[in-house]
Design a protein around this ligand. Sequence first.
Ligand code: ASP
Ligand code: MG
Length: 318
Amino acid sequence: MMIDNYYIMQEIVTTELREHLKGERLKIALEVNTLIRRKMSDILVKHGFLEIPPVIFSSVTDPLNHPVYDPTFEYEGSRYSLTKSMIFHKQMIVQEIPKIYTFSPNVRLETADKAKSGRHLLEFTQLDLEMLNASREDAMKLGEELIKGAIEEVVKKLPDKLAILNRKLRVPETPFKTYRYTEAKEKYGDDFEQKLSELEVDPFWIIDIPLKEREFYDREKDDEKGILRDMDLMYPEGFNEAISGGEREYEIERIKERVLAKGQTFEQFKWFLDYAEEGLQLSSGFGIGIERLVRYICGFKRIEDVHPFPKTPGKFSI
Ligand code: ASP
Ligand code: MG
């Protein structure tokens, strides 16, 4: 890029950003952000979870199941990636500390087409947690408590702010409705997630996601080959994905089989596989995208509106 163009672009983006920072919408979003982080932390601490600091870069990170650019750098002769998710660190520490959570900054350099979704930022925070000897159903129950707790807290403490945004927010009943992935896809077609999200009025689960749709680390069912003991939580009103998680593969032979089935190498996940080789116990967990939750609560079309310094896929940002 020509250096002049670069400076002009910086100027345009900065001018827009200054207006955004002055806005009432952002201020309310940040109040929601502050309130729900505290509420969800309180719920987790009450259940005996310990907060761990985030991992910002690592030699092994989440391979994800969709293509993103991979920001890596070399330091003192070793190669590192910026964290896409702390999945392997979670699975490791939970063996010693049985309930952990973290507010994890993730960098996922999504392709430019994702800008249209209204829910992708290149840099975001997830409330990422893991629990030992817990089933998918235990994790789902906790996920419902956290999402319902966050919504209820905002409805109770910030009704005037929701009114300014013209947002009518329902406190959902638990347990949330559950759809099996394959059945939902058969009934509603390839775009079933968005369709269901537009039809539903409360958050709902999609469970039993097929192996090829996910990373290698979610556990395959013993009684149903190719289907995983995992789940996504979806927001209603078209807001789409809220949570991703599942039970984890913990037996080394099964982990290795799954790595190879993805066309990945043992080399890519070396320290994790070495650790798993010594024997892991079952764990379950999930991540809640914080900006997505704030966006849903505020009822904003664009996720950029909840972040003071949003990074949109395909766009220059300061
Ligand atoms: N944090 C994971 C992710 O970003 C979700 C999980 O815990 O499975 O995909
Ligand atoms: Mg995942």
